[in-house]
Design a protein around this ligand. Structure first.
Ligand code: ATR
Length: 275
């Protein structure tokens, strides 16, 4: 066997990341000669860190806050999809070259379809218009959904919609959100509301059909106030942990050539890192 290959997650700060727990589970399961660590790297050291990856024996790295957008200019190649999203979450070292990709959109849609949840229609209401919303909207439009964006700051939603330039996307005001729920078959929260340490998302779901699916990309806590409220009234819910697991599945495949399984045991193992 050759030298161990390295991988890791690069962020600042990065000590709470669940990615080492997740990838090291698969490294053990598939008996790969590799390691995965968290690397705190300050923004002004990012270029240098990335440039040294080939000579340091890296198969690649994940990028997280605040590096996902900034890294694009430091990479040798960035695929069209990551450029379209405007963010790289996976760097692959191939023949000494740094390649940037984005597996977040894959993670989002794969998480949604993995539980065989039947959506009653194609109408999706996305709350939020930040970087996460952009990846989510691109993945939904690619899967032929019709997307409505509601964001506290409407101009930001309009800018996002304009940049996506797709007739299947429209924008409503934040205060129109509750009325629009009657036409919604999938409700997605991409705002930071409901995250540990943040305000909950104050929203009445009274107008939402009971069979409509509700999902949150926040996974800490696993059951956000939005998901708890939806589950209580009988809506199917999809938590955000699966998105993390599935984006990691594709990163792992890019580095090691094995598409690892996302199982309940893995979910449990990763969840222990949240407790
Ligand atoms: P990310 O890139 O992770 O998506 P972001 O760019 O900071 O993060 O976006 C956070 C999202 O949460 C935004 O849509 C933000 O709304 P604004 O564009 O109006 O700032 C939304 N958000 C944050 N706090 C909010 C609040 N108190 N009420 C409603 N939306 C909020």
């Amino acid at each position: 066997m050759g030298d161990a290959r390295k991988a890791g997650v690069v962020g600042y700060p990065v000590n709470h990341s669940l990615s080492p727990r997740l990838h090291n589970y698969w490294i053990r399961q598939y008996n790969i000669n590799a390691s995965y660590e968290a690397f705190p790297v300050e923004p002004d050291k990012l270029e240098d860190f990335l440039r040294k990856l080939p000579e340091s024996g890296f198969a690649g790295v994940n990028l997280t806050i605040p590096h996902k957008e900034a890294a694009i200019k430091f990479l040798d190649e960035v695929n069209d999809f990551a450029r379209w999203i405007g963010a790289v979450n996976t760097v692959i070292v191939r023949d000494g070259v740094l390649i940037g990709k984005n597996t977040d959109a894959y993670g989002f849609i794969q998480n949604l379809i993995s539980g065989n949840r039947q959506l009653t229609g194609k109408d999706v209401l996305v709350m939020g218009a930040g970087g996460a919303a952009r990846a989510v909207c691109i993945s939904l439009l690619g899967a032929q959904y019709k997307v409505t964006i509601a964001n506290r700051t409407k101009e930001r939603a309009e800018a996002l919609a304009a940049s996506l330039d797709n007739s299947d996307i429209k924008v409503i005001r934040w205060d129109e959100l509750e009325n629009s729920l009657s036409e919604t078959s999938l409700l997605v929260n991409t705002t930071s509301l409901g995250m540990k340490g943040q305000q909950p998302l104050e929203l009445s779901l009274d107008n939402l059909p009971q069979e409509s699916v509700v999902t949150d990309i926040v996974y800490n806590p696993l059951v956000t106030p939005l998901l708890a409220m939806a589950a209580k009234r009988g809506n199917p819910v999809v938590d955000g942990l699966g998105m993390l697991l599935y984006q990691a599945q594709m990163s792992f495949y890019e580095w090691f050539g094995i598409k690892p399984e996302v199982t309940n045991d893995l979910r449990e193992h990763v969840l222990q890192g949240l407790r």
